[in-house]
Design a protein around this ligand. Sequence first.
Ligand SMILES: Cc1ncc(COP(=O)(O)O)c(C=O)c1O
Length: 454
Amino acid sequence: MSSSLPRSNAALAARDLAVLWHPCTQMHDHETLPLLPIVRAEGVWLYDADGRRYLDAVSSWWTNIFGHRHPRLVAALKEQLDTLDHVMLAGFTHEPALELAEELLRIAPPGLARVFYADNGSAAVEVALKMSFHYWRNQGRGAKQRFIALSGSYHGETLGALSVTDVALYRDTYAPLLLQPVFTPSPDAYAAEPGESAADVAARRLGELRQLLQQHAAQTCAVIVEPLVQCAAGMRMYHPDYLSGLRALCDEFEVHLIADEIAVGFGRTGTLFACEQGGITPDFLCLSKGLTGGMLPLSAVLTTQDVYAAFYAEYRSGKAFLHSHSYTGNALACRAALATLGVFRDEPILQRNRELAAHLARTLEPLRAHPQIADVRQCGLIAAVELVRDRRTREPYPAEERRGLRVYRHGLEHGMLLRPLGNVVYFMPPYVITPEQIDAMVAVAAAGIDRATE
Ligand SMILES: Cc1ncc(COP(=O)(O)O)c(C=O)c1O
């Protein structure tokens, strides 16, 4: 039936707006903002129904690390489709799930020994929070019921994950429904005092966290962090010293460390995992997004043998972790993830990312002088510029002016998918981007920033 209907941007958008409700969207915006029907994708490019193309400078919400329809991932999925699609993972297993677990444990920071699957990032965070709480309870320490998170944190939008999220836009409305974590100030280097380095901020924030732990450790299950970059808060970045100091504090105060690498894992920050830059192994490592190269939903929580052992007992002890999702360890998703790890194994991805990151840094350099930009920051292949009304005082533009949205519109008009976070224009491109495409990406953003701030 649908093949006889027109396949233009306008026709598909009209059909969509009659039936769909989109994520993270005030649907009313689409009375003026075009909704873009994408009919094909390849490499860094998305193609709309009118034949225009857009460079996916945000890797489709940070998932699509090798670009769209990477041939190796496509081939692996086709092969998997011919053998096994899906089987429940309780009481059954399959090679994609177990091989992926073996491979993840081989490449993850040392000391992680078990893999628990879920099917999206928020679900992985739920698993880690519940497992940490349940671990302490199984150890006879049921008073540990709270979590510590950083200000500006983002860990997802299901109620548990949202509880440890500190982005007002997403959290405030639902606050009455949420757990009550303790928030500790983020080591965000943008918030440095005059004369302070990023390492100084990290040291000061660790001091504050120590005080908090002195007060709350007996009731605290875990501290949860996004290692090195708080992405949803506006790509706020911090010094790796914070991670090593945090690991030491968690050990000293007998509190778990949950590293949420859902956005920063798989080579994004310059190392395969961001935790490596702090030289640490967390008690729980949450992975998703780039895990399948952006092809299919899947997440994994890696944890230690110590945690696993606390649940391992006769059934009647009631210690089992009875959490489940129907699609836990889906075979197709696991196969896509294995193909993704294969690309890392066989190609010099990290080396190439470092070269691309150096090129991106050079291309962004002139923006440092822009009168409406207070900060240009970068960590590997994540870069961000902070738009401000007053560069001297760093006074932000009021959110309701929606300056970032103006950059977004400009980007689309010029074949570029940029999706600013409020006043922060950022770049998180697929790793297959070329230096010339980086130049084009920054040029479109710079012109968009000029238009948005005039
Ligand atoms: C650090 C972090 N944690 C968790 C999530 C939630 O993942 P999902 O959107 O798959 O639920 C995100 C999503 O952006 C994220 O950036």
